[in-house]
Design a binder for this molecule. Sequence first.
Ligand SMILES: Nc1ncnc2c1ncn2[C@@H]1O[C@H](COP(=O)(O)OP(=O)(O)OP(=O)(O)O)[C@@H](O)[C@H]1O
Ligand SMILES: O=P(O)(O)OC[C@H]1O[C@H](OP(=O)(O)OP(=O)(O)O)[C@H](O)[C@@H]1O
Length: 338
Amino acid sequence: MAQELIRLESLEGRLLFAVPKKGRLLQASLNLLEGADIQFKRENRLDIALVKNLPIALVFLPAADIPTFVGEGRVDLGITGHDQVQEHDAGVRALARARRMSNEWDTNAAPANGKPQGCEIVMDLGFGVCRLQVQVPAKGEYQQSRDLIGKNIGTSFVHLAREYFARLELEQDGVTDPALAEGRKLRTKIIELSGSVEAACALGVADGIVDLVESGETMKAAGLKAIDTVTETSAILIKSKAPSNPALVDLIAARIGGVITAQKYVLCQYNVPRERLPEATKITPGKRAATVMSLDEEGWVAVSAMVEKKQVATVMDELVTVGATDVLVLDIHNTRST
Ligand SMILES: Nc1ncnc2c1ncn2[C@@H]1O[C@H](COP(=O)(O)OP(=O)(O)OP(=O)(O)O)[C@@H](O)[C@H]1O
Ligand SMILES: O=P(O)(O)OC[C@H]1O[C@H](OP(=O)(O)OP(=O)(O)O)[C@H](O)[C@@H]1O
């Protein structure tokens, strides 16, 4: 406790950066921090770590809570899933609707710390890619989401699931007037589950579920199939609308952006006869433009250009067909551009 108090005091003047404390996004987030040279040592059981080389404190939080902390301006920056931000925003919309219905207007809605509410997406981080899908027993009677109207749905994403089924119910009932839509009670029952959602159908808790799917292994093992996608998601960097140190937020964003670019691209170098250069640079246009240098051999040039990793094999094949030789592919450790 004493150690925790000392730490809280030393947060003074530091930018607060929320990082998922466990789960699917943790390791990739730590790799990003390392790539961005954000140095820290996380003490055992402590969810706050002071960064040694920058005025930043990392706060390790559940991915699902990070949009709330950033959105309320308690924390300046955060890494979480886009699905979690969407779920949080759907929750905010539900609360606003409930307040409108009960005529409870302004006082509770004002942020306690006076900061503007909500978070902004700074960039996609390229990992944690998956889909939030409606799933039903593979051998069951339900074929489309509409068949689940009025049934029990198990999920951790209750607000997104509610909005999804509310839309389906409106469509089915032919309601187009937003005023009529506002006060309607949902016929579909959304059951909040905090984990192992895929077991809900087999255990008779739910008729269908709304859960994340990446490889589909979990879904298949549970005897389920996907019948619709609620949203697609990946990890994102978010910032509060009023960060305590905007310049430091921009610096961190630039560093993280550089690491992501480095992970996404390789450097392709080759030699090519000068007269084939236009064809070659069409294949490797580079991020801005390819670098072309003269070779100490008449009629030849050396070219280097960044190429997306996932395209590099095809690019190499194509370069050879236009007469390139000595094609090399090099890893990029880090990058920075404006
Ligand atoms: N199979 C997956 N593949 C890719 N990304 C995933 C996958 N499962 C979850 N994610 C991403 O990671 C985020 C956190 O999910 P995760 O299951 O790791 O949560 P958690 O914080 O460990 O909580 P829980 O205790 O509910 O499992 C999700 O919101 C989603 O953005
Ligand atoms: O399509 P797949 O590749 O099988 O991935 C999907 C699973 O991954 C996530 O759960 P996770 O394993 O993180 O644990 P959890 O169920 O406890 O959230 C998600 O909730 C699915 O269950």
